[in-house]
Design a protein around this ligand. Structure first.
Ligand code: SAM
Length: 236
């Protein structure tokens, strides 16, 4: 099955609301646990010395940002997304408990970021970052090199990178199977987006080729479960 791109930014308010209200707890918890496990590994570098600076690329309503900010309260975390409707959901959640995540900020910006995009941030939230994470952004990008280039621009030497995304099924029958298994009772807009995202996603081989072209061939790509892939690596 060939890749079919979907719109990059999730701009529709109804789409952002459905996404923000959906229950991604299982997979979000698993991704956060994986990040924390990798951070605790003995390979930790200078880039991770406290206070750890984290960036969450394509943060959406902040599902992963909030989890990481809760798990590492001393960290400084910047969530970046190009869609105002998504960031509205993230900021609304933060406003409910204004003192709970003092090290968390959200920024509206479309990758690749213009050089001046981060200028308004206070210094601690500016690059370079010691941990760069991204969940379900890659398949949105019409040009996937935008993610790998942005990571290289924003990362500190030795920074840890953890990316998780959907992977494209081999056939339309497999798309329908995943829809039945994971979105049977989801709202119509979420089902639409899930099917579009599966068709827009990359296969592990394609991601490995992207990494090679970006000079990141030492990063590892692996399949996870029935629909995800993971990319992990450290900047030189
Ligand atoms: C499927 S959502 C994932 C949200 C979040 N990472 C999570 O874990 O739930 C993908 C997000 O990437 C954002 N996005 C897509 N292309 C982007 C770009 N070029 N720059 C910034 N954000 C982008 C979309 O607006 C959307 O909010």
């Amino acid at each position: 099955m060939n890749r079919i791109c979907e719109p990059e930014l999730m701009l529709e308010p109804i789409q952002a609301r459905a996404y923000a209200e959906a229950d991604f707890n299982g997979s979000d918890r698993a991704f956060t646990t994986r990040i924390l496990t990798l951070l605790a590994a003995p390979a930790a570098t200078q880039a991770e010395r406290p206070p750890l600076r984290i960036v969450d690329l394509g943060c959406g309503p902040g599902n992963i940002s909030f989890r990481l900010a809760s798990a590492i309260p001393e960290a400084l975390l910047l969530g970046i997304d190009g869609a105002a409707a998504m960031l509205e959901a993230a900021r609304a959640r933060q406003a409910l408990e204004p003192r709970r995540w003092p090290g968390l900020r959200f920024l509206q910006g479309r990758l690749p970021l213009a050089p001046e995009a981060l200028a308004g941030l206070s210094t601690p939230f500016r690059p370079p970052y010691g941990l760069l994470v991204s969940n379900s952004l890659l398949h949105h990008l019409h040009d996937p090199a935008v993610l790998w280039g942005s990571i290289q621009t924003l990362a500190a030497p030795g920074a840890l990178v953890v990316v998780r995304d959907l992977r494209r099924p081999m056939t339309e029958t497999a798309v329908r199977g995943l829809m039945r298994r994971h979105a049977a009772r989801a709202p119509v807009v979420l089902r639409r987006d899930f099917s579009h995202s599966l068709r827009a996603a990359f296969r592990p081989r394609e991601v490995a080729d992207q990494l090679k072209a970006a000079g990141l061939s030492h990063f590892t790509v692996k399949e996870l479960g029935d629909r995800h892939l993971e990319v992990v690596g450290r900047l030189a």
